[in-house]
Design a protein around this ligand. Structure first.
Ligand code: UDP
Ligand code: MG
Length: 310
């Protein structure tokens, strides 16, 4: 039997887009001729989005409504959680992604990938949006080694089983490929259409840059050290300890030979500061190792994913 499809759409104040969006998605999916479901997650819109969603609900459509606005990542996670399809397609509700690209994504997916990421090569946003995004994509691609040009494009096709096993939080919807890559390396990209926003406005402003930076650091750390925290914190502790020891030796030398007051102060402060930093880093490493041990012992965490067992 051919793989079934779940389409997941996060919705926040998109009243003027939903009707056309639903028509387009439904038509495309009916033409594909597989079993499908469309899941809209209303992130507690303050406009008429929910009323409109209720009116367009049909047998293939599920609507999840949040009690308050939790953000795009939470909306996508809720849609993923209630999905059942073998393949999950995510896309934005604002018609900037084109549902007509879905068959292409599925065709590519079925060549043997677990994730096909949309690449908005001709992106239709202004330069204030696209320039920071270019830098972010470059950094994300380098630090997380996915090699994708456009990790922030919502339009993607995923292996449902793998995606449902991942927990998203913060603004991690922009980093799903980097997180996904920790579970499967069958990842590729495909050029997709991108349209200017016709109705409603973008929910983000330039300040998202700061969130992207801290999320990126956290994900780069997590990707490398989640199963070996001491290789980060322990090495950091050793490096700090080394600096503390060097400061100590310099302090002694200065006390015995050069006798410069200012240098005494500098070396003393540096010795104390780095010794404390070393202890703190070591303690943090130990805490993370303990958490990891407990999780592993309780079988809550595994660092591998199984494709098949024969
Ligand atoms: N969205 C959401 N909750 C939010 C903000 C956005 O569900 O708090 C949805 C929004 O309705 C859209 C998608 O996330 O479907 C992407 O948002 P937007 O188009 O504003 O982002 P941009 O394309 O400007 O990056
Ligand atoms: Mg948009």
């Amino acid at each position: 039997m051919s793989a079934s499809i779940s389409v997941v759409v996060p919705v926040y104040n998109e009243e003027d887009n939903l009707k056309l969006l639903h028509e387009k998605i439904s038509e495309v999916l009916k033409n594909i001729g597989r079993e499908f479901e469309i899941i809209y997650v209303d992130d507690s819109s303050t406009d008429n989005s929910f009323e409109i969603l209720k009116n367009l609900k049909d047998d293939n459509t599920k609507i999840v409504k949040f009690r308050r606005n939790f953000g795009q990542t939470a909306a996508m996670q809720a849609g993923i959680d209630s999905s059942q399809g073998d393949i999950i397609i995510t896309l934005d509700a604002d018609l900037q992604n084109d549902p007509a690209d879905i068959p292409k994504l599925i065709e590519k997916y079925e060549q043997g990938y677990d994730l096909v990421s949309g690449w908005r090569k001709k992106r239709q946003d202004n330069v204030i949006r696209t320039f920071p995004s270019k830098i972010a994509n470059f950094l994300i691609s380098k630090t997380t080694a996915t090699g994708l040009h456009d990790t922030g494009c919502t339009l993607k096709a995923y292996n449902g089983e793998v995606l449902r096993s991942i927990n998203l939080f913060a603004d991690h919807h922009r980093f799903i490929p980097a997180i996904f890559a920790q579970y499967s390396n069958k990842i590729t990209e495909l050029e997709v259409e991108h349209h200017p926003r016709m109705y409603g406005k973008s929910k983000y402003n330039i300040f998202r840059v700061f969130r992207v930076i801290v999320d990126l650091l956290a994900i780069a750390y997590w990707r490398k050290y989640k199963s070996k925290p001491m290789y980060f914190w322990g090495f950091l502790a050793l490096a700090f300890l080394l600096i503390a020891l060097v400061s100590f030796v310099l302090l002694i030398l200065n006390l015995l030979i050069f006798k410069l007051l200012l240098l005494n102060i500098v070396y003393s402060v540096s010795f104390v500061l780095f010794l404390l930093s070393s202890l703190v880093s070591f303690a943090v490493g130990l805490i993370f190792e303990s958490i990891l041990k407990v999780n592993l012992a309780q079988n809550k965490t595994r660092y591998y994913t199984i494709e098949t067992v024969l």
